[in-house]
Ligand binder design. Structure first.
Ligand code: CA
Length: 226
């Protein structure tokens, strides 16, 4: 199994078959995924949960996607949004981009392209210009879902990968245990914040004790300078 995803994504799509297809592809790529079938549910989740990106269909029941997008941007919700538009609707694309979308995909689309655009959005949102993330001897390639230590491949579980990926995307910054917990689990997952400590301990065992710094009582940090 390849873990080329980052962390947590919300799918707002009302066509059940398409939503399920997206969910399976994203989960298969290692993302924690939540799905909303209407605009009200999507709005609730986007405002109460923490996502690294949102896939947003514009034609949603209850509250349409464009209204949602404008409201989120006005409220300061900066999560990257990839808009899903009807085929050939250039008007929807223009409205979506003007409404604060970061990218768009016209239906029908190739799942590989959705995954590639998502990776790029999440990378850019965290200020990373290069596809491969580096921190000392540790390198993480989100395209391949691969982690290496001084060039040698390291095997990680999906949760370990998400924890490392999140810390590396936000390296140089202190990340609390609560923030990490928010970004590595889907909403229906039985969360236990103690497990973050377990993942950190396992990552240190696999990558070296000093790769991740613990700031007592506050959280974790990976070094920005490397
Ligand atoms: Ca729709």
């Amino acid at each position: 199994m390849r873990y080329n995803g980052h962390v947590r994504v919300l799918i707002a799509e009302d066509e059940p078959a398409l939503s399920e297809q997206l969910r399976q592809s994203l989960a298969g790529a290692g993302y924690a995924v939540d799905a909303a079938a209407d605009g009200a549910r999507a709005d609730f989740l986007a405002r109460t949960e923490s996502y690294d990106a949102v896939l947003l269909d514009l034609g949603l029941p209850k509250v349409d996607g464009l209204t949602l997008l404008r409201q989120w941007r006005e409220a300061g919700v900066a999560t990257p949004v990839l808009v899903l538009t009807a085929r050939g609707s250039w008007h929807e694309k223009v409205l979506g981009i003007d409404g604060g979308a970061d990218d768009y995909m016209a239906k029908p689309f190739q799942m590989e392209e959705v995954l590639a655009r998502l990776r790029a959005l999440i990378r850019r949102a965290s200020g990373q210009l290069l596809p491969e993330l580096r921190c000392g001897d540790v390198a993480l390639d989100p395209r391949l879902g691969r982690v290496t230590l001084a060039g040698a491949p390291v095997k990680l579980t999906s949760h370990e990968f998400r924890v490392l990926s999140y810390l590396m995307h936000h390296r140089g910054r202190l990340v609390s245990q609560a923030e990490l917990t928010e970004h590595i689990y889907a909403q229906d997952f039985d969360r236990d914040s103690n497990t973050v400590e377990v993942f950190i301990a396992r990552l240190r065992k696999k990558l070296g004790a000093d790769v991740i710094e613990t700031v007592r009582g506050l959280g974790y940090r990976m070094d920005a300078a490397s």
